[in-house]
Design a protein around this ligand. Structure first.
Ligand SMILES: [Zn+2]
Length: 100
């Protein structure tokens, strides 16, 4: 049962609430799919999909904040017991730190 109380960028397994307007940003998945989302879930979705992009939505400056936040968010971070050893399981910032 989809939770219609949240933005469309919220993953169904991610139980966190939205933060701000549900169309603050738009996340493009690189395959012609676009999902409007709040800043919180937009950043989480952006961090979780390879090749995804963020576009500005209804909130000025939100896309820039989402882009910065996604850099430090682990892919599918709501799976708190998932292994975090492979590069694909870590955030971009963590992978950069590893490769120094
Ligand atoms: Zn949301």
């Amino acid at each position: 049962m989809p939770d219609t109380g949240r933005c469309s960028a919220a993953h169904e397994d991610d139980r966190t609430p939205c933060a701000g307007p549900h169309d603050a940003v738009t996340i493009l998945d690189g395959h012609a799919n676009a999902a409007p989302g709040c800043e919180h879930h937009g950043a989480r979705m952006l961090a979780s999909i390879d090749g995804a992009h963020v576009e500005p939505g209804s909130v000025v400056g939100a896309a820039t904040r989402v882009l910065a936040a996604a850099d430090t968010i682990r892919p599918f971070c709501w799976y708190e017991n998932a292994p975090r050893t492979e590069a694909s399981q870590l955030s971009h910032a963590e992978n950069r730190a590893r490769n120094v």
